[in-house]
Write a protein that binds this ligand. Structure first.
Ligand SMILES: [Zn+2]
Ligand SMILES: [Zn+2]
Length: 286
């Protein structure tokens, strides 16, 4: 009730010139679509870009319920990483609109939707907006996004967890090889440093923080989500100004979230990173 029950969708508005960028099409995009029908459509045809972090269902499931796709004149560009070449973005996302799942077919949509594959790199989005896309550590190809505009930096880093040493680190294990284990440690450390560099100095970072350290180390390693303790310290090291902990564990109650916030979140003191739990509908100005 307090933190929200929808799956990821972030609305990013630019004022001059007016521009709308949406990150992810989780169930939250339904509410956004309804808002746009009332506030944006009367001003003219809807134009928006949707950047998908990845195509896990919680990040695309709201797409068929995004009302602007049924409005003639709407123009959308949908960007996202593609894991398998023979499984294009248009199929993965738009494929939810087939009679098997939904009463409307993709080919019957009134809007114009363009699908664009995205890889790691730096892109000029026009109007002085630049985007850096960075691969994260998730079971499926997943991109973190860094948007820069007029000296302000907004970053997303979800769904992700710290990179681990993929080789055996237990000297008792018969497959243990000291040199290989050391190399594995080195590579993991380097990759984690790269992620921190990616969001360094951000005015706002939205970071995966699904678990507590205890939950993570006891049974959730390799699931592709981070422990909030890790995020708090990593954002601080990277001199992030504000860090929104995001992608909450769905089974937690508001009371449990409040308790975790009291324990781990850090106040706004103008010196160190201000860390807080993201809440549905929260508006932040940069
Ligand atoms: Zn995911
Ligand atoms: Zn997710």
């Amino acid at each position: 009730m307090k933190y929200g029950g929808n799956t990821p969708c972030i609305e990013m508005r630019f004022e001059d010139p007016e521009r709308l960028i949406i990150i992810d099409a989780g169930s939250g995009i339904r509410e956004l679509g309804n808002h746009m029908m009332v506030h944006d459509l009367p001003k003219g045809d809807i134009r928006a870009e949707i950047f998908l972090t990845h195509t896990h269902w919680d990040h695309i499931m709201g797409f068929p319920f995004f009302t602007p796709i049924y409005v003639p004149g709407t123009q959308l560009k949908v960007y996202g990483p593609v894991t398998y070449e023979d499984d294009p973005l248009e199929e993965v996302v738009g494929g939810q609109l087939t009679y098997r799942y939904f009463p409307v077919r993709r080919t019957d949509l009134a809007s114009r939707i363009e699908y664009i594959d995205l890889r790691e790199g730096r892109f000029d989005l026009g109007d002085g907006i630049t985007l850096t896309a960075k691969y994260l550590n998730h079971p499926l190809l997943c991109l973190g996004y860094r948007f820069e505009h007029h000296g302000k930096v907004f970053c997303t880093a979800y769904d992700t967890e710290p990179f681990q040493n993929l080789f055996c680190a237990d000297p008792e294990d018969p497959s243990f090889d000291a040199a290989v284990a050391e190399e594995g440690e080195h590579v993991a450390k380097e990759e984690n440093q790269r992620v921190e560099n990616f969001f360094a100095g951000a005015d706002l970072l939205v970071h995966d923080a699904q678990y507590t350290e205890k939950e993570y180390t006891s049974s959730k390693k390799g699931w592709g989500h981070s422990a909030l303790e890790h995020v708090v310290s990593s954002a601080r090291r990277a001199h992030v100004k504000r860090c929104a902990l995001f992608h909450h564990e769905p089974v937690r109650t508001d009371a449990e979230m409040d308790a975790l916030a009291t324990q781990h979140c850090t106040p706004e003191d103008g010196q160190t990173t201000h860390t807080f739990f993201a809440r549905e509908g929260m508006e932040i100005e940069l």
